[in-house]
Design a protein around this ligand. Structure first.
Ligand SMILES: C[S@@+](CC[C@H](N)C(=O)[O-])C[C@H]1O[C@@H](n2cnc3c(N)ncnc32)[C@H](O)[C@@H]1O
Length: 209
């Protein structure tokens, strides 16, 4: 007799982000300014035409079109687990694939992507080690994880603590934890820069001899 697998408890963040979706592009910083700020550090992201990119936690797709332009003829797959965020993103007519998925749980394929980019999203993943393992599986050999914030780690974490509620505990890990979790997931040691210019982490899938 088969016992039924317990379903993971629903993530309360889905409802939280669903509720924010309608106002997301108008309530905070102008999305065009966000794109300009990313553009200013584009060299450090090292994206190239032909790259296949997974944008993880794309929200309403504020960055998605910029990514598409950057990597064309490569493809961008933009995923989010908030149906309302994803609906807003998909309605923008951007030449990307939009995927309803939970990065902590859902199968994202095997060795499909050159780059997985988490822009302003990683703190919200409820099981961060599981998300890293999942992203490692869907990256190609020597594929790259990028975690990016336009503000430094302390500022991001303070902001979330101040918000409280569903996202009050959503934090960027400290360096030691990043190193442990990334190693366990099969990544090389990360390069991390953190400060007034924002937070940027990059790590490649470990080479196999
Ligand atoms: C702070 S928003 C950032 C959205 C977008 N990157 C931006 O900068 O406008 C974080 C996004 O991550 C998504 N998210 C959080 N946890 C997720 C998960 N486990 N799987 C997929 N998406 C998730 C949320 O639904 C939300 O859209």
């Amino acid at each position: 007799m088969h016992s039924k697998q317990p379903q993971p408890a629903a993530d309360a963040r889905i409802g939280f982000f669903d509720r924010l979706a309608e106002e997301w592009d108008t309530s905070e910083q102008d999305p065009a300014e966000t794109v300009r700020e990313v553009e200013r550090c584009a060299e450090r992201l090292d994206l190239h035409p032909g790259d296949c990119v997974l944008e993880v936690g794309c929200g309403t797709g504020q960055l998605t079109e910029w990514l598409v332009d950057r990597v064309r003829p490569g493809r961008v797959t933009a995923l989010d687990f908030s149906p309302e965020m994803l609906r807003k993103a998909a309605a923008k007519g951007i030449d990307a694939a939009f995927l309803p998925a939970d990065v902590c749980r859902d199968d994202l394929g095997r060795a499909e992507f050159d780059v997985a980019l988490c822009f302003h999203s990683f703190p919200h993943f409820r099981d961060q080690p599981a998300a890293l393992r999942n992203l490692a599986r869907c990256l190609k050999p020597r594929g790259r994880l990028i975690v990016m914030h336009l503000h430094g780690r302390d500022e991001v974490n303070e902001f979330h603590r101040g918000m409280g509620g569903e996202i009050g505990g959503d934090l960027l890990p400290d360096d030691a934890r990043w190193r442990d979790w990334l190693k366990a997931a099969g990544f090389d040691p990360p390069e991390i820069s953190d400060g007034k210019d924002g937070f940027l982490l990059q790590a490649r899938i470990m080479a196999v001899d």
